[in-house]
Design a protein around this ligand. Structure first.
Ligand code: NDP
Length: 522
């Protein structure tokens, strides 16, 4: 199997399990991207005017179409990403369906106008309202690891709130994005309101330069920094969903059977290519030996192969490049003393992109394996002696996406969750926060800025406008021109009226300041 050469003009999309060429596409040049954004801008006002009810109807049709075509969609995702079909259904289709449900149920709440109560006595002469308006044209740049659910959840939140979207998916997974477009258009989203521009990083850069109103970027920290710099030059607001190095803390009272199953699944699902993967596992020393041997036993039962086979647990890595990066991290760790209890090697008999699920012990924080994102089927385990040490290890990271804590004591888990520096902490579960449509998703530190999913994710898609209507429009304001010594005296008294500490002080302030109402103004 040959890895097709990267051409700046064409994308050759292959199945990472078999090397089969799935599709070829011309890359969008900068001018194409600009055209797409201009068309989106022209179309967006009508989409916004369609109103919430109209857009909700369209999203419900989309939901129905996706439901009906779920097997074909899952097969498409599996073919180009390599993940097992079950994962395509669970982490891509269901997540998207549930996002559609959440958006249609909550868009009224997010966009509802709010009356603003003015406390200041003078400002009570105005009616204040907060409006939530679509930001306009949203650019979305998405990665290959969740080629449907990541762009879909962001797109649905943007569309339902009245925005137009131009999506640049990863060049490794264009078909899932095109399938998403097909379903949205069939459901009634106008062609110009949702557009996909295909290409490499250059197409993504062109999108940032094309006059979009906001960018939602999901990808690596390295690219995220470049993207943020480019966006800053144009003052384009950004949401950045970047990498993770998520810790799993197994406390001394944890159920070893449950926690070891969670560690194996959490580290290895999607071949470890999940931003929320368990990338560092810390286990209390009392459980350590048993935990490691349970993990090794369970990993030994996993079947690696083509994700299209129903029996497969772990598919290939997305590309040889990704595999080499994972392998280099493992080799460096092993050279520094890490021990591979299972795996640690390629599986060339299955194809060039397959890597054996790997359990590593004797690891430490000096290894890049415990510092940098691995994004491969690797579970490194370290022992700890106290809760304080576990928290210190968990927080000893540049990343802060999510974390999990395993304990039979819910209160203890909750208390420790508050001490972990991360966007999400799960007690007795891993990764599934991504599938909770209500849960805001995003990180702190190098894991990014802003949120997707949930109400916070939808609020990223609207901008806030304050509208104040004066209730006494025929009266000139007291503070307008016509200043003088007397007004200074009256305004000083007015400060006393607003903020005086006693009723007497306030009454005095009122008595002195009220005559200013009859003052002659310019
Ligand atoms: P990359 O950062 O390599 O790419 C992300 C996207 O950005 C791709 O579409 C890529 O295009 C595009 N891109 C590359 N260079 C530029 C540029 N200069 N300007 C604009 N766009 C550009 O990430 P991967 O696709 O490899 O995805 C894996 C990463 O995504 C991991 O680090 C993972 O942790 C992170 N991730 C984070 C999630 C979160 O929610 N926090 C969720 C899922 C993944 P192309 O592919 O064509 O190069």
């Amino acid at each position: 199997m040959n890895t097709p050469a990267r051409s700046p003009e064409r994308i050759v999309n292959t199945n990472p399990a078999t090397g089969e060429v799935l599709s070829e596409h011309a890359c969008a040049a900068a001018a194409n991207v600009q055209d797409a954004v201009a068309r989106a801008r022209a179309a967006q006002p009508a989409w916004s005017r369609l109103g919430i009810a109209g857009r909700v109807r369209v999203l419900r049709r989309f939901q129905q179409l996706l439901l009906e075509q779920r097997s074909e969609v899952a097969a498409c995702v599996t073919a180009e990403s390599g993940k097992p079909v079950v994962e395509s259904l669970v982490s891509e289709v269901i997540v998207t369906l549930d996002a559609a449900r959440f958006c249609t149920e909550n868009v009224y709440r997010v966009m509802r106008e709010e009356d603003v109560r003015h406390a200041n006595i003078v400002m009570k002469t105005k009616r204040g309202r907060i409006l939530h308006e679509p930001v306009g044209v949203l650019g979305i740049i998405s990665p290959w690891n969740y080629p449907l659910s990541i762009p879909a959840t962001e797109t649905l939140a943007a569309l339902v709130t009245g925005n137009a979207v131009v999506l640049k998916p990863s060049e490794l997974t264009p078909l899932s994005a095109l399938y998403l477009a097909r379903l949205l258009h069939e459901a009634g989203v106008p062609q110009d309101i949702f557009q996909v521009v295909l290409g490499f990083g250059g197409t993504g850069s062109a999108l940032i330069e094309s006059g979009i109103d906001k960018l939602v970027f999901t990808g690596s920290v390295e690219t995220g920094k470049r993207v943020a710099e480019a966006a800053a030059r144009r003052l384009v607001p950004v949401v950045l969903e970047l990498g993770g190095k998520d810790p799993m803390l197994v406390l001394d009272d944890a159920d070893v059977d449950i926690a070891s199953s969670a560690a194996v699944w959490g580290a290895l699902m999607n071949a470890g290519q999940t931003c929320l993967s368990v990338e560092r596992c810390y286990v209390h020393r009392n459980l350590y030996e048993r935990f490691v041997s349970e993990c090794a036993r369970k990993i030994g039962q996993l079947k690696v192969g083509n994700g299209a086979n129903a029996e497969t647990d772990i598919g290939p890595l997305i590309s040889l490049r990704q595999l080499e990066a994972v392998e280099a991290q493992i080799e460096e760790a092993v050279a520094a003393g890490a021990i591979a209890v299972t795996g640690g090697k390629r599986l060339p008999q299955l194809g060039p992109n397959f890597f054996a699920p790997t359990l590593l012990v004797n690891v430490n924080h000096r290894m890049s394996l415990m510092q940098k994102e691995t994004f491969g089927p690797v579970l490194p385990i370290m022992a700890f002696d106290s809760d304080d040490e576990a928290i210190a290890l968990a927080n000893d990271s540049d990343f802060g996406l999510s974390a999990s804590i395993w304990t039979r004591n819910a209160r203890r888990g909750d208390a420790l969750a508050r001490r972990v520096n991360a966007g999400t902490v799960m007690v007795n579960d891993v990764i599934t926060c991504f599938a909770v449509a209500e849960a805001p998703h995003g990180g702190i530190k190098a894991s990014g800025l802003g949120r997707t999913h949930g109400l916070f994710g939808m609020r990223e898609m609207v901008r806030t406008k304050y509208v104040a209507s004066d209730l006494l429009p025929s009266i000139k304001k007291v503070w307008w021109y016509g200043y003088g010594e007397q007004l200074g005296h009256q305004m000083s008294a007015f400060v006393g009226l607003l903020f005086g500490n006693s009723l007497v002080a306030r009454a005095k302030g009122a008595a002195i300041s009220f005559p200013s109402l009859w003052r002659k103004r310019l």
